[in-house]
Design a protein around this ligand. Sequence first.
Ligand SMILES: NC(=O)c1ccc[n+]([C@@H]2O[C@H](COP(=O)([O-])OP(=O)(O)OC[C@H]3O[C@@H](n4cnc5c(N)ncnc54)[C@H](O)[C@@H]3O)[C@@H](O)[C@H]2O)c1
Length: 276
Amino acid sequence: MVGFPRDERRDVVVVTGAGGIGTAVARRIGSGRTLFLADASRGQLDRTVGVLRAEGYDAHGVVIDVCDHASVRKLAETAAGEGRLAAVVHTAGVCAAIASARTNFEVNMVGTAHVIDCFEAVATRGTSLVCVAGVAGHYATLSDEDEVLLATVPAEELLELDVVAAVGDDAVPAYIVSNRAVQVRVEAAALAWNLRGARVNSVSPGAVATDMAKAEAGSVYGEHLRKMLDACGAGRAATPVEIADVIAFLAGPQAQYVNGTDLVVDGGQSAWLRRH
Ligand SMILES: NC(=O)c1ccc[n+]([C@@H]2O[C@H](COP(=O)([O-])OP(=O)(O)OC[C@H]3O[C@@H](n4cnc5c(N)ncnc54)[C@H](O)[C@@H]3O)[C@@H](O)[C@H]2O)c1
């Protein structure tokens, strides 16, 4: 619990995003640990923290906006000050059905860059960061030069890149490119994390049955998505627990030689798209 004497402090886990995937991750890896849940929505955060505390988790809510570097840095410093930082799972994000092109870039791309940078500064031996991207990132067709820039320019320069300007106001390509940015930034960050004895990876889900997927299902892309899930043989969206299980693997000791990679968890959807 926060305030424990130093030698009794528990390992710390941070989960950004108190939505569908974030809550499943918190349950999956939060037992017996000091758990920080961080979200922009006070209401969402209070509800989730209340439920988790009632279930016995030592959960603490922190309101943050991942677009704001200072608020992410404060979260990282607060969490690292409470004990050994075992795992950080970054699930806070938006999609094309609920947010503008600009917001997709700000939250998914710049927000993730802030999380990678701020938690790298406090990561210690054994810390594992897992960022949730999306399988859509693998459908981006960007030049090598654009990918290098997305992977490496400072966070505050990302929104100025030509590849971002080229997308314009269309939220769908913005979602796709912002997810690709997460994947390539994670890959580029692996060296710095390795040198600290820490790791950073991403998970790219297909459709997951959360509020976000409900918003997608009700949008113009919903019918297309349903047909694709049927055609690829999955026939359904993933449950949040199925994503949390993969994240728990990447966050835990069985994945200690896995660094800088992206794990696709989409029920075979992208394999079907590429080969059939
Ligand atoms: N659900 C899916 O089908 C699906 C598919 C592929 C990828 N993803 C990705 O998985 C991640 C989690 O999605 P989910 O399904 O749990 O969604 P969700 O909507 O249930 O949860 C997302 C949470 O992020 C929070 N958030 C949004 N903007 C924020 C900001 N600026 N700062 C802090 N918090 C913010 C929201 O308040 C919300 O609680 C997202 O990055 C999403 O893009 C989801």
